[in-house]
Design a protein around this ligand. Sequence first.
Ligand code: PRP
Length: 182
Amino acid sequence: MHKDLERILLSEKELDTIITRIAAELDRDYSGSDKRLVLLCILKGSVVFMGELMKKITVPVEIDFMRVSSYGAGTETTGSINIILDLLRKDLDQCDIVIVEDIVDSGRTLSHLTKYLKLKGVHSVRTCTLLDKPERREVDLVADYVGSVIPDEFVVGYGLDYDEKYRALPYVGILKREVYEK
Ligand code: PRP
């Protein structure tokens, strides 16, 4: 285990089981659809989850990317989000989009993105998150596919960072308080 971690919250094996289950749910829900299934990875934190998830889905699937940022810095997210990399494809009315997130915290990012994509004329939008912190919710957002509901701890690894570090860890761990409070 990395020395900056308090403990591992989700091991590689547990993550594999979770992602296998979500892929099966997506296969079940999108088999037989005549639209294009698009996994929309929200950079950067979702990249590891997305990479594993797409390998386990057996129905035809496409991928795309957006990057957004919340205004403000540090460990808190704020009310509005800023689109840094937009979705450029022109066939959105033919797309069933599943937004893929690493974590839902306040819920503002997914809530805003869902409304944004609907306004752009997407055929359907659903949301998928590896981790869910319901204690932190500020808006009414329930993700359609949830990997694991977790406590309100500072988690890193498997794509999630603190100050851009720890994203490459193959598990999700709880960061020691002294690391982000010093
Ligand atoms: C994180 C996460 C979500 C968002 C969730 O991204 O990946 O996009 O915050 O928070 P919310 O539910 O309060 O909106 P972050 O801004 O840390 O960017 P990153 O993925 O590039 O690390």
